[in-house]
Design a protein. Structure first.
Length: 313
């Protein structure tokens, strides 16, 4: 994917990347955010009526091979799985449509995002970095949250640790536009639902876990049998805001089943593959288009800048 030509957008992406470095340190060969992770392979099978939502190739074909990455939050490659800062967890899925042709879903375990724009997100990260243990109240981050209710709501949303990467629900951050063969379109946000159901740990239970418990558990789990998720989309109604990741749609909105994701084994050379792959939040496939959410182009630019730096390390 190419870097954006918008110089202001590119400058903001670089500023955000530098801010991640300030928060988490420079860790050559790793992501600036969600640095610790593990990749698996599997297959996606569309639901019988998936084509009634989109003409995208993987919605129509009998099945499509996938690779997937589970991850912890932060840019610290050795963050313990039982560290509260490791939430929200991440899940990125790549659908392999042809040789060097793919489309991705990038999601995390909280429904929403703290800010509407990249500039606001940069201000949020700067406030976090400027807040020290001895900072007088209101601290920089308290002052930011006091004037940004969406960020406050995101921070206050419970983020309990899962017992397994396979027992957590993951949410697409931004909306996408699904288009059928006939040209009809609906906006929606992905949700990835674990077949095993959600299962979260108490703070005491998490504290007793090993620092690598999630990564070890998912390897053991997939060795014992396939790990399954259902991919669905929460569809927007006419008039719903589709270009602001901080706005939740009402829970009465239609949940459309897209298909089943079945994970069968870890990626062979896991660290090398994680270093190489650059996930893309923009669909870039016929039948699925991005919304006009300002976070999309910015996130794509950050992922690409971080990925190129990671590959060259």
């Amino acid at each position: 994917m190419p870097l954006p030509t918008d110089e202001k957008l590119l400058a903001l992406a670089n500023d955000l990347l530098q801010q991640f470095d300030q928060l988490f340190g420079l860790n050559p060969g790793f992501r600036a955010a969600h640095a610790k992770g593990i990749m698996l392979r599997g297959v996606f099978t569309p639901a019988p009526n998936a084509a009634s939502l989109s003409r995208a190739p993987h919605f129509i074909r009998e099945s499509t091979p996938v690779s997937l990455r589970f991850s912890n939050s932060t840019g610290v490659p050795v963050i313990p799985d039982n560290d509260p800062n490791a939430d929200p967890r991440g899940m990125a899925v790549r659908f392999h449509l042809a040789e060097r042709v793919h489309t991705d879903i990038v999601s995390h375990s909280v429904d929403g995002f703290p800010t509407h724009t990249g500039q606001e997100f940069l201000e949020f990260l700067k406030a976090v970095a400027a807040t020290k243990a001895d900072s007088p109240h209101p601290t920089p981050v308290e002052a930011f949250l006091g004037t940004h209710p969406a960020a406050l709501a995101f921070v206050q949303t419970p983020k309990p640790a899962p017992s397994s990467f396979a027992r957590e629900t993951y949410y697409g951050v931004t909306a996408t536009r699904f288009i059928t063969r006939e040209g009809t379109a609906r906006y929606g946000r992905y949700r990835l639902l674990p077949d095993a159901g959600n299962d979260h740990l108490t703070a005491d239970e998490v504290a007793k876990k090993d620092a690598n418990y999630l990564h070890d558990e998912i390897v053991s789990r997939v060795a014992a049998g396939p790990v399954k998720f259902k991919i669905v989309a929460q569809l927007a109604n006419e008039g719903d805001e589709v270009n602001d990741a901080t706005i939740h749609w009402p829970e009465d909105r239609e949940i459309f089943t897209i298909g089943d994701l079945v994970l069968t084994h870890p990626v062979e050379d896991n660290q090398a593959e994680q270093k190489h792959v650059i996930f893309d939040p923009i669909p870039r496939v016929d039948g699925i288009e991005p919304s006009d959410d300002p976070l999309l182009e910015l996130r794509a630019a950050i992922y690409l800048l971080s990925g190129r730096r990671r590959r060259s390390a």
